[in-house]
Design a protein. Structure first.
Length: 162
């Protein structure tokens, strides 16, 4: 899936190097291409990206990933029943084109995040998965050593084709 000829700059400094994806990662990435990111959240050192196809793309600190139906992803979270119900409501709101409620675990993805390209980088024990959309992007940064993981939106003006 990594195409060095078509990489997109997304706050990638010289220390970040393109990283090969494995067969399972390639399979998951193939399924998310063309989907739109509606929202995202971080929970228990895992990044979760809500897609408009009824699935949640789960990304772990080491760059491994999975794609599961949103109902299954929510049921597997180790949070209280009330929090699961609130997250389920906010996911439905995202599918309905509404913003999540205040204080929600779910954060609305930037507009125009139709997934067109996914790139995987590494720098020492850190990993970065850059998800480029039509008009915006998301970056998932993580550390294998600490288990830290963050998701942040990146506006189109911050990434330019090489």
């Amino acid at each position: 899936m990594n195409d060095p000829e078509n990489l997109v700059k997304s706050n990638v400094t010289p220390e970040w190097l393109p990283c090969e994806t494995g067969k399972h990662q390639d399979h998951v990435i193939a399924h998310v291409m063309g989907a739109t990111a509606l929202g995202y959240f971080e929970f228990d050192q895992v990044a979760h990206i809500l897609l408009d196809i009824g699935f949640i793309w789960t990304i772990f600190a080491d760059g491994e990933m999975g794609l599961v139906p949103q109902s299954l992803a929510i049921s597997e979270l180790e949070i209280e029943a009330d929090a699961k119900a609130a997250l389920t409501r906010d996911i439905q709101r995202a599918h309905d084109g509404q913003t999540p409620t205040e204080g929600s675990l779910l954060i609305a993805a930037p507009d125009g995040c139709l997934i067109e390209q996914v790139r995987f980088y590494s720098a020492s024990d850190r990993r970065r998965i850059s998800v480029s959309g039509e008009d915006s992007a998301l970056e998932v940064d993580s550390s294998i050593e600490t288990g830290m993981i963050t998701i942040r939106p990146v506006p189109k003006v911050d990434y330019v084709s090489r």
